[in-house]
Design a protein around this ligand. Structure first.
Ligand SMILES: [Zn+2]
Length: 170
């Protein structure tokens, strides 16, 4: 089952023309053909979402066009893989942002992993009495400091009340 949604040929042509600007500029072999294939892939992707709501379906189509256009313009590794045939145009709409632009996403993901690791290793440190729990006014809690953000953003102090388990950070 696919949806009944259809997009006019003139809109589809406009979109593949826009994509063609990029494929041509990036010197991708057979730029016109590749742009058409990408657009066709996006159109089929939209149909495969089985969303009979026209507004949502058009949004799916438009968002994919915009995102792939952006990556064709800015993501060197993506263009390179497309050039050498390591990516099939019709598969592009199914690729995750990480797959399309690993150089953008991987540093963020590994930073997130490092942060989580840091939070794990610094858990449950010391008991202090300088802060009062906002919930039960108990003044004994576990605390630890974590330098998880950029260096210039300083450290975050985490607290956990030993009485009621309330957690907060400063
Ligand atoms: Zn408490």
């Amino acid at each position: 089952m696919t949806t009944e949604i259809s997009i006019s040929n003139s809109v589809r042509q406009k979109c593949s023309r826009k994509l063609y600007e990029c494929t041509k500029k990036s010197k991708i072999p057979k730029p016109f053909h590749i742009a058409k294939e990408i657009e066709k892939g996006i159109y089929n992707y939209m149909l495969n979402q089985n969303d009979n709501n026209k507004t949502r379906a058009l949004k799916i189509y438009r968002d994919k066009i915009v995102s792939i256009y952006y990556n064709l313009e800015h993501t060197k590794s993506f263009v390179k893989r497309l050039k050498i045939g390591a990516i099939m145009p019709q598969d592009i709409p199914y690729m995750s942002p990480q797959e399309i632009a690993p150089e953008v996403w991987m540093p963020l993901i590994s930073r997130r992993n490092r942060e989580n690791e840091l939070i794990e290793t610094t858990k449950g440190a010391i008991i202090t009495t300088t802060e009062e729990c906002g919930r039960c006014h108990h003044n004994e809690h576990e605390t630890h400091e974590s330098q998880t953000r950029g260096v210039d953003e300083g450290t975050t102090q985490f607290y956990k009340c030993t009485n009621c388990g309330n957690e907060w950070k400063q």
